[in-house]
Design a protein around this ligand. Structure first.
Ligand SMILES: [Zn+2]
Length: 51
């Protein structure tokens, strides 16, 4: 995941979180939990588990 400040189209990048689908690996950036992926998988907030 890029970790610079080059964020486009984000109103408030500081409160945006990155969620990754546990099933298909789809990555979504959102301010709130995106819920369930279109594949039916569950999104996990990975902002707290950056390496
Ligand atoms: Zn998915």
């Amino acid at each position: 995941m890029p970790h610079d400040q080059d964020v486009e189209g984000e109103n408030d990048p500081e409160s945006a979180s990155t969620y990754e689908c546990l099933e298909c690996g789809t990555v979504v950036e959102a301010n709130t939990h995106p819920g369930v992926c279109e594949c039916g998988g569950e999104f996990q907030n990975r902002a707290k588990s950056l390496e």
